[in-house]
Design a protein around this ligand. Structure first.
Ligand code: SF4
Ligand code: SF4
Length: 149
């Protein structure tokens, strides 16, 4: 039994309530889609299992908490952006101030989910373990695809 965070972009109205509710600067980003009017992409960590960002970080700055959240230890992070290169969801990235940013799941009770009245963010318990990355390429394949290895 575990929890999964789902993003239903078709329900997003771009109100930014989730962004305002997030205690982490840029922990969630709502980005207008340039080719589709009134449509937004939502960049937030899905807390993958297994997580490519955790696998690729050579400094141990990313790890999986007991509640399944993939968390970032800023004191170990060198801002090398290897995690950005492998994240399929654009959910961990370098802020203008030089620090990496990502969602930490608010200790298992994400405030963005509570703030979204449109139901675009769903955090639910699932019956059996599902691996979001199962059909995705490996970390090495992602790095090779992006010319980083
Ligand atoms: S790869 Fe991206 S979406 Fe997956 S756990 Fe890491 S930051 Fe989150
Ligand atoms: S609160 Fe919901 S509807 Fe509003 S911007 Fe965030 S995801 Fe979209």
């Amino acid at each position: 039994m575990e929890y999964l965070l789902h993003v239903l972009t078709e329900k997003c109205t771009g109100c930014m309530d989730c962004v305002e509710a997030c205690p982490i600067e840029d922990g969630i980003r709502v980005i207008p889609l340039p080719t589709l009017p009134e449509r937004w992409d939502i960049a937030i960590c899905r807390h993958c299992n297994p997580a490519p960002c955790v696998e690729v970080c050579e400094f141990g700055a990313l790890s999986v908490s007991e509640n399944g959240a993939v968390t970032l230890n800023q004191s170990l992070c060198t801002s090398c952006k290897a995690c950005t290169a492998v994240c399929p969801f654009g959910a961990v990235f370098l802020r203008p101030d030089g620090m990496m940013a990502k969602c930490d799941l608010c200790s298992g009770s994400p405030r963005c989910v509570a703030a979204c009245e449109e139901g675009a963010l769903v955090y639910e318990r699932v019956e059996r373990k599902r691996f979001l990355m199962r059909e995705k390429p490996s970390v090495v394949e992602l790095l090779e695809f992006k010319g980083l290895r």
